[in-house]
Design a protein around this ligand. Structure first.
Ligand SMILES: Cc1cc2nc3c(=O)[nH]c(=O)nc-3n(C[C@H](O)[C@H](O)[C@H](O)COP(=O)(O)O)c2cc1C
Length: 357
């Protein structure tokens, strides 16, 4: 057993040592007072597991399906920007590790590796493309075309960053900015082959987007469309009405609007409003296999992790991402066994309760 890396927190400690304070703060930080950032993690402590005894768990599987296709576990890799600032191989290493683990990797619009490069690195892997919508529809279309050509299976439309990132005070304090020359090949190509800065990219994003636009964006491809960043029952219902194929309950890892609910607290109302019409996923603060089981019990088909993957990547490159994903898979398997659910689908609302205050 690798006693250096017993859990996700161990990876974070090593990542903090491996990274300069500026990039570490960029990856670790949240908006303003970081209330939501902390609450995403703390929310998992406000729910307890209700294990059922004498259930046959002689065979436990973590396998499931997500958006109609198999995944080795109900845990996916969330889209995170600028992975080459963690490790030189960046998103290609993450893609290889996710494919080897048998789960889905989401590639950010702001990725430092091109969709084609990621596809070539892990040809057998499942991958989704996270898209931001630009005022110039030609740019959005060019991005989406790259994803389609490279065999991405779904689009993830992030709706909680309308043309602006949150106020990240760690970056203001360290003076961290994405280093000039950090290439975002998919964006550069979509902008006609010139180098685009992050602030330029955000300024070019379309903040006029409203729910009826969803149909137009969905119509850009045949691919299923998931809406990422939903936190309320109202928006969950609108996502269903406007043709989304899935929603991801997310607050961008506490990086956008500080003071919004922890995603685990928002999950039940979203799941209730969706009424099983489409799949509901959740991300933010997932650090343990038991967290994943709690998310399943409260209505998620699967959870996603953002920072834990970055910690693996910064600590040990591809091997580190593999380490994090394997660790989480083992923890999920053990949690399922001990809670008395032989498969992810067997987890039900009865498996959790609010912790007494
Ligand atoms: C450094 C960093 C960069 C991110 N970049 C993106 C992005 O480009 N697009 C996006 O939709 N979400 C982005 N996210 C949000 C993640 O997809 C995800 O919602 C969040 O990380 C989940 O919380 P966790 O880090 O606690 O697991 C980013 C998060 C982090 C930490």
């Amino acid at each position: 057993m690798d006693t250096e890396f017993l859990n996700v927190a161990d990876y974070e400690r090593l990542a903090e040592q491996a990274l300069e304070p500026g990039p570490y703060g960029y990856f670790a930080g949240g908006a303003c007072d970081e209330r939501t950032l902390r609450d995403n993690v703390d929310a998992y402590g406000r729910w307890q597991l209700r294990p059922r005894m004498l259930v046959d768990v002689s065979e436990v599987t973590t396998e499931t399906t997500v958006m109609g296709a198999p995944a080795s576990m109900p845990l996916l890799v969330a889209p995170t920007a600028f992975q080459k600032l963690c490790s030189p191989e960046g998103e290609a290493a993450t893609a290889r590790a996710a494919a080897a683990a048998g789960t889905v990797m989401c590639l950010s619009t702001l990725a430092t590796s091109a969709p084609a490069e990621v596809a070539a690195a892990a040809p057998g892997g499942r991958r989704w493309f996270q898209v931001y919508v630009f005022k110039d529809e030609g740019i959005t279309r060019a991005l989406v075309d790259q994803a389609v050509e490279s065999g991405f299976e779904a689009l993830v439309l992030t709706v909680d960053a309308p043309g602006a990132g949150g106020r990240r005070e760690r970056d203001l304090r360290t003076g961290f900015e994405i280093p000039a020359g950090t290439g975002v090949p998919s964006l550069d190509a979509a902008f006609g082959g010139r180098s685009v800065t992050v602030s330029e990219a955000f300024a070019a994003m379309d903040a006029t987007l409203t729910w009826p636009d969803l149909e137009r964006i969905a119509g850009l491809t045949e691919l299923p469309l998931l809406v990422k960043g939903v936190l309320t029952s109202e928006d969950a219902a609108l996502a269903c009405e406007h043709g989304a194929d899935g929603v991801i309950v997310s607050n961008h890892g506490g990086r956008q609007l500080d003071g919004v609910p922890a995603t685990l607290d928002a999950l039940p109302e979203v799941a209730e409003a969706v009424e099983g019409r489409i799949e509901v996923l959740v991300d933010g603060g997932v650090r343990r296999g038991t967290d994943v089981v709690k998310a399943l019990a409260l209505g998620a088909r699967a959870a996603l992790i953002g920072r834990p993957v970055l910690w693996g990547l910064a600590a040990r490159g591809e091997e580190g991402v593999t380490g994090v994903l394997e660790l989480m898979r083992e923890e999920i398997a053990l949690a399922l066994r001990l809670v008395g659910a032989p498969a992810p689908q067997a987890v039900a609302r009865e498996h959790v309760q609010r912790a007494p205050h």
